[in-house]
Every structure is written in C-alpha cells, then in structure tokens.
Design a protein around this ligand. Structure first.
Ligand code: ADP
Ligand code: MG
Length: 650
C-alpha cells in the first residue's frame, strides 16, 4: 500500500475454496464429476463454459483453492492490519454466498487460523516496532441480525438490542457496546470465542442464523508518543485512534435473490436489508456519475461501517466463491467488481480531546503515580519520624537511667547525712536537747508535753519517724561511738532533773560543754555543706524534670502529628499497609505514656527530695539553736565557776 492512489483504492480479492464433501459426494452419487464453472489465476477468474473459458473477471488478487489462508492473509490483509497500528482505520469484509468459505477465511479452524487470529498476532507484533509509542487496545464483538445490533461479549440472557448513534463530530458508535481491554493476542481471541459461544447459545437453527447475520469483530487502537525518558522530552499529547473491523457478512445469495426478486424484500424479509444496502452504497460510491448523498442510514451495517465505505478507512473485500456454483458466484463477482471501483479517503485521525480512553487512562495513571508518590513519601517521613523518635526515646531512657542513678546516689547521700544522728538513741538525746532548750527559754516540762506547735516537739517527732525507718540499720554501735556521748546519764538527767539545772554531772562540766560545742559546730558545718549540696542537686533535678517534661511533650506532639500523617496516608487509597504504621503509632503512644509516667515518678522523687531538704534545713537551724544554747550554757557555767572561785577565795 504505497502511494496515495493505491491507498485510497479499495482492495478486492476473490478466494476460491476447494470443493467440499457435500459437493464431491453429490457428484459421486450422480456418478458424474462435479462440474466446475470457474478457473482461477493469480489476478483473474475465468468463467468456464464446458471447460472452455468465456468471461474473465480481474481483481487485485485471486486466491486459488490450493492457496492457504495464511497466504491470503500475507498478501492482502497484513498491510491493512499493519496500517491500523499506524493509525489508519481498516476494514476487512468477507463477502460470499453461504458456505463459500467466509467464516473459514475470517475465523479459520484449528489447523488454519483465519484472518482474525492472524491479525491479532500482527497487531501485537507490529506494536513492537513502535517502541516510542504506547497503545491502548480494546475489542468489541457485535452481531447484526434482522437489523438488530447485539453485543456478543454480553451473556445472551442479558443481551438487548443496541442503538447506533452519532457524536457531535459525526462519529458513529454503537451505544452500550462492550469494549474489552486487551494486552495480548490470546486475550483478544478469548473474547472472540466468548462471543462465538454467546452467539450460538440456545440457538436451535444455528446455521440458519449464522448465514443470515453479520458479525463485526472490532479492535480499537489508541496510541500516542511516549515522553522520551532519555531526553525528558514530552510528547504533545496527541492521541491517534483507529479501528480495525473484521467483518463476516451474511450469505450473499439472499441479497441477490431478494434484490432480484424485489417482492420478497418488500415482504419485510429484512435479513438481507443490510447486505442489500451494502451493495447499494457500494454501487453508489463506485459510480462516478452518481454524486451526492449516500444513504448509509438505511441499514445498520452500512451505518456502523460508514467510514469503511468511501470514507476514512482502508478497505479490503475478500469475496469467497465455490467453483461449483454459477449464478451465486457470478453475483458475488459482480459485487466484487463494483466494490473495486469504490474509493476511500484514508487518513490518520488525531484526537486530542479527553474522549480518548488512552488519555483518560494516562491521566489516571499520572494521578495514581502522584498519589502513590505522596503516600510513599508520607510513609518515608513516618519511618524517619519513627526512627528519630525511637532514638529520642533511647536517649531519654539513658537520661532516665542516669537520673535514677543520681537520685539513688543522692538518696544515699541523704541517708549518709542522716546517719550523723544516731538512730536508736536519737529520741533520748533530742528530747534532752529540746528539754534543755525549752528550759532555757523559760518553758515548763508540762508545756513541752502539751504543745504541738513546739518546734522542739516537731523536731522530735520527725526524728522518731526517721528512727522507724532506720531501725533496720545495724550500725548502732558505730553511730554511737561517733557521737561519744554517754547516753544513759544524759537520759537520766533529762528524766530526773526537771525544771532546773542544778545537778552536777559530767555533761555540765565546762570541758564537756566546749567539746560538745566543737562537735556541734563541726556538725553544723557539715549540715550546711550537705544542705548546699542537696539544694544544688534539687535544682539540677528540677531542671532535669523540666527537660523531661519538655521532651515528653515533644514526643506527644510528634505522636499526634504522626497520627495525622497516618490518617492522611490511610485516606489515600494505596498499596501500602497502614496497619503496620498503626502498630508503630501504638508503640510510640505506649512509649510516650511510659515517658510521662516516668516523668511523674520523677516528680514524686523530687517532692521527696524537697522534703529531705526541708528536714536537713530544719535540722541545721535546730543545730544552730543548740549551738547558741550551748554557748549560753558555757557563759552561765563560767560565771558560776567564777562565782565559785570568788566564793572560795572569800
Ligand atoms: P460460510 O461462512 O461462507 O458460510 P464456511 O466458512 O462455513 O462458509 O465454509 C463452509 C465449509 O467449507 C466449511 O466446512 C469449511 O471448512 C469449508 N471451507 C471453506 N473454505 C475452505 C478452504 N479454503 N479450504 C478448505 N475448506 C474450506
Ligand atoms: Mg459463516
């Protein structure tokens, strides 16, 4: 198919089939050889009159009975099929009387695949030669019987008559016709066989019907240039749509009969209306003298295949004949000769509107890819967030551990500080000191016993509480020895001497007092140090706690932002498993809860620390008071001793 003249021409070929069993059998029964009316060479058919050629008919190609379907396909069908991949519309008709070999040629059989399966193979093979193009292929299969169009890809019980309609751009289409996407020849052929099954389902007079109906197997090819990934060049987005129609027509003998007899046609025998109208349209188109309106609308077939008849398509007509009939074959050959004169105007049509399915799919794919990208980037961030969060948690755990250790040490320190006060013996001493203090302050024993507000009492009570917790300590001896104070006497003094300091004991001696004073001073110094230490630790703990709180807040806000992102990700319908994300989120939540609970336990500890600090501070101030008291005592004692000395001297 090279050159515009050849492109516009309708190709017509004749295929002579070999005699079939019925014909040879009949000949056998009559004991006379089957009479052959036709003889073929590659371009012409010669009518034989008693074996002598009389008339000749020439076509683009004549296939003898010995030539295979494959041969026919390669010579006449293949170029058309290839050009449909290039964007041209193409139609192949099989025209001929019943049992002349139309279906054998179009559909084929197991050992000789027909034009339809060969074309399907060809389309997919040809597509491989266009690596820069992408294709979207669909198939439909319809039947026209009694001027009713039905969808053969729909189960017969669901089938309903389909309407032939026209778009604003004058494109003819069959409304509601199923178009199945195909990606391989076998897929396309699977639809053909499904259609065949549907066609034959429940039909008792199957052969009768199939000889009276037309079938159109159609492949819709959408193609466009793909953007070059190497150069990044984008295609202009133009989409080419082409149709490949493979048509198995009804038996032509009826058209010729009804056409000839007229009356039967008028009787409403519209089984041939389409075929009759086809010959009329072709006659009109092939007659240069007949200009003007071509009435495609008079039949469903001509309307559906309008483009292929003098329009924008390349058309091939295969006329099948049997050499055993004269009249019907003659009629077929006349049709073929007329069709030969028909001219088409094939050109590649570009569609740039969104009506092209390929464009819609392309857009959808782009959209889906974008959404997939979004989802995966969200997941990516989620994963990164999760990683950083778990790192943060690890850091936090480490910090927590350090903090706990520090608190432990601090507690130990506090306990160590407390051990300066002897455990079991403490209450006695305390009461003693308190008693003395109060006595010097002018209070009575009775007051001490009664007043809850007494500072001494408070100290005493606190110490008692401390004692209970320290009873477990088995350091009594050591602690006592550190104090080096004879407890029993002190205790006795406290119990026996009430209200006045008149007794003469070791404790009351100036030596003892100064010794005690020194010890107390030392102790006070120690207490002060301890207090400072505790204070600084408490403030550092407070800082840490603050930091913890901040971090846990961060973790929480991250978790909630993650939750938001996850929600978004879940909303975007995609491939990714959000369940695992949810699990991760759950884990994050659990961890942040842990962090929170740890923070609150830290807070508790801090509270305890504060208590301890208070204790230490109060102890320090009580020590200060005691020191003052001791100093006063010393003064009194020294005055007394001076008085004594004076007395003695006197
Ligand atoms: P149609 O579809 O035109 O009514 P078929 O294709 O059904 O005719 O052919 C009728 C019979 O002739 C079938 O048995 C088919 O196998 C046989 N036949 C047709 N053409 C050929 C051929 N070229 N070679 C061998 N057998 C053929
Ligand atoms: Mg048939």
């Amino acid at each position: 198919m090279s050159g515009p003249a050849e492109e516009s021409a309708v190709k017509v070929c004749v295929r002579v089939r070999p005699l079939i069993q019925r014909e040879t059998k009949g000949a056998l029964e009559s004991s006379e050889p089957q009479k052959l009316y036709w003889k073929a060479d590659t371009k012409s058919l010669h009518q034989l009159d008693d074996g002598v050629p009389t008339k000749s008919f020439s076509y683009d190609r004549v296939f003898s009975s010995s030539e295979s379907t494959k041969q026919l396909y390669l010579d006449i069908a293949k170029p058309l099929v290839v050009s449909t991949v290039e964007g041209y519309n193409g139609t192949i008709f099989a025209y001929g009387q019943t049992s002349s070999g139309k279906t054998f040629t179009m559909m084929g059989c197991d050992f000789a695949p027909g034009v339809i399966p060969l074309s399907m193979e060809e389309v997919f093979q040809t597509i491989k030669n266009f690596p820069k193009k992408e294709f979207l292929l669909r198939v439909s299969y319809m039947e026209i019987y009694n001027e009713t169009v039905t969808d053969l890809l729909v189960d017969s019980w669901k089938r309903k008559p389909l309407e032939v309609r026209e778009t604003l751009n004058k494109n003819i289409y069959v409304a509601d016709l199923t178009e199945e996407l195909v990606t391989s020849p076998s897929q396309a052929l699977a639809w053909v066989s499904k259609g065949e099954k549907n066609r034959h389902y429940g039909k008792t007079k199957m052969n009768e019907r199939s000889s009276r109906s037309h079938t159109i197997f159609r492949m819709i090819l959408e193609s466009r240039e793909v953007s070059d990934p190497a150069t990044g060049e984008n295609s202009d987005g133009a989409i080419i749509v082409s149709h490949l129609n493979l048509v198995d027509l009804a038996g032509s003998e009826r058209a010729s009969q009804t056409g000839a007899e007229g009356a039967r046609f008028k009787e409403g025998c519209n089984i041939n209306r389409s075929l009759f109208m086809l010959s009329q349209v072709i006659k009109k188109l092939s007659d240069e003298s007949q200009r003007g309106f071509t009435n495609y609308r008079d039949s469903k077939l001509t309307r559906i295949l309008q483009n292929s008849l003098g329009g924008n398509a390349k058309t091939v007509i295969i006329c099948t004949i049997t050499p055993a009939t004269l009249e019907e074959t003659l009629s077929t050959l006349q049709f073929a000769s007329t069709a030969k004169k028909m001219k088409n105007d094939p050109h590649v049509t570009e569609v740039s509107d969104d009506g092209a399915l390929l464009k819609r799919y392309r857009n959808e794919i782009v959209d889906l890819k974008r959404r997939l990208h979004e989802v995966s980037s969200v997941t990516q961030t989620t994963v990164t967030e999760k990683e950083s969060l778990s790192q943060l948690l690890q850091e936090k755990d480490q910090l927590q551990k350090e903090q706990e250790d520090r608190i432990k040490n601090l507690t130990k320190l506090l306990v160590t500080g407390a051990t300066f006060i002897p455990a079991k013996k403490m209450p006695k001493r305390r009461v003693t000191w308190g008693g003395k203090l109060l006595r010097f302050a002018g209070a009575t024993e009775g007051d001490l016993g009664k007043s809850d507000l007494s500072f001494a009492e408070q100290v005493s009570r606190k110490r008692k509480a401390d004692l209970s917790s320290m009873e477990l300590l088995e350091e009594e001896e050591e602690l006592d020895s550190r104090w080096e104070i004879p407890d029993e006497s002190s205790y006795e003094m406290d119990l026996n001497q009430t209200g006045s300091v008149t007794g003469h004991s070791y404790e009351d001696s100036p030596q003892y007092v100064s010794q005690k004073e020194a010890k107390l001073e030392l102790k006070l110094e120690e207490e002060k140090c301890l207090r400072e230490e505790v204070l600084s630790r408490v403030s550092s703990l407070e800082l840490q706690l603050e930091e913890e709180r901040r971090k846990s807040e961060e973790v929480l806000s991250r978790a909630s932002s993650l939750e938001l992102q996850l929600k978004e990700a879940m909303n975007q319908e995609e491939v990714l498993s959000t369940a695992s994300l949810e699990l991760q989120l759950e884990e994050e939540r659990r961890k942040s809860e842990e962090v929170l609970s740890r923070a609150s336990s830290l807070e508790l500890q801090l509270e305890e620390e504060r208590c301890q600090r208070e204790k230490v501070m109060s102890r320090a101030s009580s020590l200060e008071l005691q020191l003052k008291e001791a100093m006063n005592q010393e003064e009194v004692l020294s005055t007394a001793s001076l008085e004594l000395q004076l007395e003695e001297e006197k």
